[in-house]
Design a binder for this molecule. Structure first.
Ligand code: 0X9
Ligand code: ZN
Length: 285
């Protein structure tokens, strides 16, 4: 990210959103044709890696940066009407722990009296602990001692709220091949659910056209499970972002979260086709 910002200063700026619990500097890139200006086009905010073990998710975010910046000559139309803010690794402490100690680590690394870590995707202050979240420290879906107990989720919250023009929020996870839109706290649907369903269907069709990968599109509760306090619900419910998806990338089968390295490129390439559908929709409005 530092190298890309150095090499393409006319397109990329690198910004810190703060430090993790274990003091890792957490950075995002802003990609814009108006770098240096305070004017903000409609902005697409993209993050990944709130769950440590879902390694394909940060790879997807990095690939997007690559396509928008190093492949700008091909993809310049995507940047005509929108700016991108891309945060590839929300939970660097957990990610490092998953690399060096426990491959399937999901949570943050803040200590508790009994167990370490909080599920960042249950820690947001919107119907916090309402459903599908645990109050026991040792659970994989521990919601934290209070909403925004984690420095990583506070940093993400503040990074989103600082942006004056976010029109879409995408958050990458794995696995399961889902395009999920709110709500996850209840089976209720947002007012614009038909728009989100139809746009998600178009994105899924674009992905399927590459190599046949099928996605399920629907609200989190209705196609996956009820789980409150996630970043997607907060992005729509509190930050008032109208276009919101949690994208569950491929995995599973015999591999689970540990998608073999030789499958990374085909996954990120096909998913890019789906992301483009969302970007073009937002940019043409
Ligand atoms: O449970 C989650 O946080 C996500 N699935 S994962 O397997 N990556 O952990 C799904 C979150 C969907 N959104 C909401 N429930 N709000
Ligand atoms: Zn996840």
């Amino acid at each position: 990210m530092e190298e890309v910002a150095r090499s393409y200063p006319h397109l990329v700026t690198l910004e810190s959103i703060g430090r993790s619990y274990e003091n890792r500097d957490t950075k995002l890139v802003r990609i814009s044709t108006d770098t240096g200006s305070s004017i903000r086009k409609p902005t697409i905010f993209i993050d990944a890696g709130i769950h440590a073990r879902e390694w394909i998710a940060p790879a997807q975010a990095i690939y997007l940066i690559f396509q928008l910046v190093e492949n700008y000559s091909v993809n310049s139309a995507l940047l005509r009407n929108v700016d991108f803010v891309i945060l590839p690794l929300v939970n660097p402490d957990g990610y490092e722990f998953s690399r060096t100690n426990t491959r399937l680590w999901r949570k943050t690394r803040s200590p508790g009296s009994l167990c370490v870590g909080c599920d960042g995707n249950r820690n947001f202050d919107y119907y916090w602990m309402f459903a599908g979240a645990s109050s026991s420290q040792c659970s994989e879906t521990y919601a934290g001692k209070n909403a925004f107990s984690e420095i990583e989720t506070r940093n993400l919250r503040d990074a989103i709220l600082r942006e004056p023009a976010v029109v879409a929020y995408l958050t990458f996870h794995s696995y399961g091949n889902y395009f999920l839109y709110p709500w996850g706290w209840s089976p209720a649907l947002p007012d614009n659910w038909q728009e989100l369903q139809s746009l998600g269907d178009q994105a899924a069709a674009a992905i399927r056209a590459v190599a046949g990968t099928r996605y399920t599109v629907g609200s989190s509760t209705n196609v996956l499970y009820e789980a409150a306090g996630a970043s997607d619900d907060w992005a729509m419910g509190v930050a008032k972002i109208p276009i919101v998806y949690t994208i569950e990338l491929p995995g599973g089968g015999t591999y689970g979260f540990d998608l073999p390295a030789n499958r990374i490129l085909s996954v990120v390439q096909e998913t890019f086709e789906g992301v483009k559908v969302v970007v073009n929709y937002v940019g043409n409005r």
